[in-house]
Structure formats: C-alpha cells, structure tokens
Design a protein. Sequence first.
Length: 352
Amino acid sequence: MQRFTCDCGNVLFFGSSKCLKCGQVVGYDPQSETMVTLRPDRGVKRCDNGVRYGVCNWLLPKSSPEVLCVACRMNRTIPELHVERNLMLWGRMEIAKRQLIYTLLRLGMKLPSKAESPEAGLAFDIISTVSNPAVTTGHLNGVITVNLEEADDTYRQINRQQLGESSRTLLGHFRHESAHYLWRRYLSNLAWDDPQRLAFRERFGDEWIDYAGALSTYYARGAPVGWEQSFITGYAASHPWEDWAETWAHYLQIIDGLETCESLGIQVQHLALALVMLPGEAGTLPSMLEQSGVSDGEFLAWLQRWMCLSTVLNEISHSLGEPPLYPFVISVRVAQKLRLAHHFSKKWRITE
Ligand SMILES: [Zn+2]
Ligand SMILES: [Zn+2]
Ligand SMILES: [Zn+2]
C-alpha cells in the first residue's frame, strides 16, 4: 500500500473518507491511484455506496454517467440491508475487496466488470449464509462469491481453528478467489501444451486430476505430512488449482506488504538482519534459487527482502506477546511457484 497525504499534509489511509486534521472529505481515486480531497475543481465525485451507506471511499469522474465506483460496479449481489448487522459486515467486505482491486490495478491489469465484459469480466456476489445457507465462498465463471458471515471475526476464527489454518482473513479470501478468476481468464483457454500451461503443470502439477475427489480426500485426511516442504499452506496441497490460488494470494500479500514498508520509508537493506539475509554484493544471488534471467535476479532480491522483513514482523509480534504475524515458511519449491506467479503477473499486464 502506498503512503497517502492530505492537501494539508496530514497522513491519510487507504480507508480514509475524512481528514482528521483539516476535516475535508477525502477519497481514493483509482484513476490517479491516489487519495484526493473532494474539492469542486477536482472533477471527481464520491461513489454512491459511500454517500448512501458509508461502505466505500472510492471516487469516479464527475462527468461519468455511473453512480458507483469501478470496484462497486463489480457487485452483482449485495447483502440484504434490512438486516441491521449486514451493513457493518458488508463494509468490512468492501474494504478487503477494494484492497484486492487496488493491488491488481497497480499490477497493471485491466479489470472489466462482468456487465461490461461477460466473458472476461469479474463480478462479486456477497451473500450471507444466514439468509442463504447453501452459499459457499468460491469462484465460478468470473463470479466470486463470498460468505458475508466471514466478516464476523468470531465466525471466521472458529472456521480457522476447525480447518486448522494458521491465518484466515477477508483479504486472503478475495486474493485466493482472484487466482481462480485469473486462471480461468488467462490460462484455461490456452492449448494444453502452451508454454504457460506446461510451466504451470511443472510447478503445480496436473490440473486435470479429479477436483471434487481431491478436495474430499483433503477434508477427510488433511494435508500430507511434510507439506511445508512444497506448499505455502496445508490447503494448497489439496489440488493444483488450490495450490495456485494459495500461491497467488501469497504473492499479492508480499507485493502489498513490501509496498507498504517501502512507502513508509522502511528500507529493508538497513535492518540489522539484512546482513545475514540479503545478498551481499550487487549481482550476488540468494542461495535458494538458480537465477534464470535478469528480471529473475530482481524477483529473487524482492523475495529476499520480504523474507528479511517478515522475520522482523514475527520478532515484533513475539515482543508484543502475540502469535507470529507471518505464520508461513517459504521453501525453495514455494519460491519457485511464487516466481511463476510473478512471471504470469507480468504477462497479464495490459500491453496496449
Ligand atoms: Zn487534511
Ligand atoms: Zn464504491
Ligand atoms: Zn480455491
């Protein structure tokens, strides 16, 4: 996440809708990728979901015939708002959803809504299992469905413990499901022997193995012993598609985490730990992976910065008496998968 400031110089956050120092109304403008104050000369207006319900702080051009921002226009179903608590839960969902869309747009991807592009577009169904018990979080044909109840922290923690997960967040759900959407959009239509499909299979395994069977085996037996050597989470071991989704979600997490640090002026190479964790001289490679090109060197240095920083995060949470903030281990095989995610993200940038 970038660092944002108000016209008055005060710090603003991604979710801010008002400057706490000067009192001006502010919002995030996805076109300029920055937070702006809502002055008449700015040519922007607030998203209607912000004006009416207080669940969105994004802006859109004043001249636009639309009333919803680019992120809210992707909603196909929103929760039933006559149920009082749904508004609060929906607001939490929208923050996580906008953070996903922010990162994908920052990566240079074009993200049409399903209404604009029925084939390549993306839509969200945000539905509560209270009113619709059959709903499960997932992706199908460009529609990401999320269970609204997951925005209830207690509900989500109970699920996390029952599923034996080390981390379960709303943002993680959105990032994970975005991977299934991107797989369908960019990889599913390629020939099975296309280089990208072959690269996928080499890293993640044969995607044609029976999905329903693989998942029911996973839920019956759990992840195999030693999964940490090959997968970022236990769930990733269930099927190559889930491995991809967990890896991609993790890739986005690192992107966002490092951007936040660097925008706040934390230079990882200046940390004491960097002496042992970062490559010493220019051109020296991290020992964990072979370099296979110039941009690969950049990727490896990037990953090393994150591994150094995440160690610091865990030491800080330890000092606070909390469990590790970053309960993951990046093995060599996971690093290779992250490298492929990085490669795909470059391919999926808009080039026109
Ligand atoms: Zn201000
Ligand atoms: Zn909006
Ligand atoms: Zn999945």
